[in-house]
Design a protein around this ligand. Structure first.
Ligand SMILES: Cc1cc2nc3c(=O)[nH]c(=O)nc-3n(C[C@H](O)[C@H](O)[C@H](O)COP(=O)(O)OP(=O)(O)OC[C@H]3O[C@@H](n4cnc5c(N)ncnc54)[C@H](O)[C@@H]3O)c2cc1C
Length: 311
């Protein structure tokens, strides 16, 4: 209920206009977003790398419904890869793609999107940069699995996000682990009904732990993407019990969330990767981060009264 109210307030025209009105990102909004373009995002990545963390960069520029907009995303990611190269950030860098960015909703549909993603995957791996594909709503799960399977035929390292809250995900984890896939395990950010998803916090958490077990026991490279320290500790314990070294899995968190734990885990020798979104369509991302934790509401209020440029 509270989340619905905060989301409604966040998207209300005047609130949105006030927060996005300044030329840059505000101090509060900039906590969660790596800037408006690839130059500022890679600069953020450089700062995180200097603190011993790995990074995943993700462009936020809407979901195109025409081919030109989808082609533009190939170019945006090409510029992002080139910027990594210019900054000397190759090994340990990753980019994350969404099917919808590459034209899933455009006339060319799935095939067109896969072709464009293939070009981006080729660009990235030629520069020594990894790729993972985000998972979106329930309607996109099958097409995303299909697309990643096709991309992995050329480049087996391409990873995929799996949402533990979906009832099907344990089976998907089994299938992916048997092929040695890199799997980013998340709880899931999109709503779904009880016919297809776990709907309580307790059942989602236990499903997350079962998926982790499947990934660790199978041949997957688990990417433990959660700010829930119980999940992170469960993963670390599973790795120890399975005799796996710290290079056999990684922990991932979002920029601006649990930053002290990010620093602590990296200092303890964990492979800790921070997901950094950037780009002109950053506002929806910011509101979603606010909604995830009720006490973040004060950040929304703060962004409203101090929308000035980032310091
Ligand atoms: C690297 C990464 C990639 C992701 N990719 C995808 C994807 O492709 N598809 C998808 O559906 N979802 C994705 N997600 C989102 C994910 O599904 C969850 O919605 C999100 O991570 C919250 O779940 P949680 O595991 O952190 O646990 P929760 O139980 O939601 O949170 C655990 C604790 O973390 C803290 N916390 C969580 N969020 C915040 C916040 N915004 N601000 C402050 N504290 C917070 C709180 O203390 C909370 O109690 C991704 C998440 C990460 C970290």
């Amino acid at each position: 209920m509270l989340k619905r109210v905060v989301r409604r307030v966040g998207y209300a025209g005047p609130v949105r206009r006030t927060i996005t009105s300044s030329s840059g990102l505000g101090r509060v909004t900039g906590r969660f977003v790596g800037g408006l373009d690839e130059v500022s995002a890679v600069a953020v990545a450089q700062r995180l790398r200097a603190q011993g963390m790995l990074t995943t960069l993700h462009v936020r520029q809407g979901n195109p419904v025409d081919e030109a907009g989808a082609d533009a995303h190939v170019e945006l990611y090409r510029r992002l890869v080139a910027q990594h190269v210019e900054a000397g950030l190759r090994e340990g860098s990753e980019i994350s793609l969404k099917m919808a960015q590459f034209g899933l909703l455009a006339p060319g549909g799935l095939d067109g999107a896969v072709e464009r993603m293939r070009a981006t995957v080729a660009d990235a791996y030629a520069a020594g940069i990894g790729v993972t594909v985000d998972m979106e709503g329930i309607e996109e799960v099958d097409v995303t699995l299909d697309a990643v399977c096709r991309l992995r035929a050329d480049q087996p390292d391409v990873g995929i996000a799996i949402q533990a809250y979906l009832l099907r995900s344990e089976a998907d984890c089994h299938a992916l682990a048997s092929t040695g896939a890199r799997v980013r395990l998340v709880k899931g950010a999109y709503g779904a009904g009880p016919d297809v998803a776990h709907t309580t916090r307790a059942t989602v958490d236990s499903a997350y732990e079962r998926c982790l077990e499947i990934l660790f026991a199978g041949g997957a490279y688990p990417m433990v993407a959660s700010h829930d320290l119980r999940m992170v500790e469960a993963a670390r314990a599973m790795a120890r019990e399975a005799g796996k070294g710290r290079d056999a899995y990684e922990i991932q968190m979002l920029m601006g969330v649990r930053t002290q734990d990010q620093v602590r885990l990296a200092a303890a020798g964990e492979r800790l990767r921070v997901y950094v979104p950037y780009g002109p369509d950053w506002y929806g991302w910011f509101v979603n981060r606010i909604v995830e934790k009720p006490s973040n509401v004060r950040l929304l209020a703060h962004a409203l009264v101090s929308p000035g440029p980032r310091v």
